[in-house]
Design a protein around this ligand. Sequence first.
Ligand SMILES: Nc1ncnc2c1ncn2[C@@H]1O[C@H](COP(=O)(O)OP(=O)(O)O)[C@@H](O)[C@H]1O
Ligand SMILES: [Mg+2]
Length: 363
Amino acid sequence: MAEVRLSHIVKGYGTQLAVNDLSLTVNDGEFVALVGPSGCGKTTTLNLTAGLIELTGGEIHIGDRNVTDLDPKDRDIAMVFQNYALYPNKSVYKNLAFPLQMRRTPKADIDRKIREAARLLDIEHLLERRPRELSGGQQQRVALGRALVRDPKVFLMDEPLSNLDAKLRVQMRAELKRFHHDLSATIIYVTHDQLEAVTMADRMAVMHGGLLQQYDTPERVFEAPVNVFVAGFVGSPAMNLVPAQVTEGGAALESPQGWRCTLSPENARKARAASSRDVVLGARHSTITLSPTPLPGGIEGRVYTLEPTGDITFVHVRLGNDTLVISTPPATRFAPNAPVWLGVDQTKLHLFDAATGMALRAA
Ligand SMILES: Nc1ncnc2c1ncn2[C@@H]1O[C@H](COP(=O)(O)OP(=O)(O)O)[C@@H](O)[C@H]1O
Ligand SMILES: [Mg+2]
């Protein structure tokens, strides 16, 4: 396997930049997820890495080779697509053999590689079947097998699980993670699903509008999102984000919706770093407590609705025109329209500069 280095890559279509000066290093053996909403440039980035489309600017290295001007077939990569792209009239065995025959691999080697891959992916018993005689999950494993037999330096995967039903997707997530572990493979995995990225990847590269927003471990991205976009994109339910104004020289926040919140000294230092009084306060659903009676320093809101999920009940609370989602133990009962008091964990609170969207750091 090998390291992949994207240096200042750019892809323009007309005046629009699908990928805008993206630099990213994927370490040898690392599983990296490219994640972001539809149209943010994930597939374009992957196709540029594969050599399927031409760069407008920048360079790509795989291992110690500059592959910028190489054909896809000379880049030592294997791709796995959303639609599997299996040959419908060939058996599984022949589907796996085909890319090797194209490379004039000796017959005995082909057979050995297919048996190895089939064992690893648990599809030995399916080798004589045709794709239509397989379930979606089995077809997905064959598609992985076809990438695997080529012994690539890097696996490139574009939404490989999105055609599967929800339950199978969760199961294949675990299998892909195991596949990565067993092979110590270098994998670049594209998904619009932040949960897939968080659960599988060693590091995630969050993209938006062709620009790389943050590249870090899922834990770091979750705990310290660099801007409002990343904060709202990673995590489910999404982080609560509400506009507020810095007041009392940074000691507190106030909202046009009528509430006020005293800040800890640490958060006050962050608030004072804002470029104006306008900030965005961020708090995940699990970092706010709800009380049916007034809390000292608590923010008063009104229950809007409840979403019980079994383990957790999500309470939607209105603060004026803003709605927050807060998780509570299932036993707690809050009636719609009842007043509630919110206690915010100051150590878990996020503050963003409203003008730039960037996370505020204590000066
Ligand atoms: N061949 C193309 N011609 C023109 N625009 C394209 C082409 N391919 C992609 N784009 C545009 O580039 C942007 C990024 O697309 P894409 O990489 O497919 O996004 P993603 O995979 O993140 O959904 C989108 O705005 C898309 O419309
Ligand atoms: Mg795509």
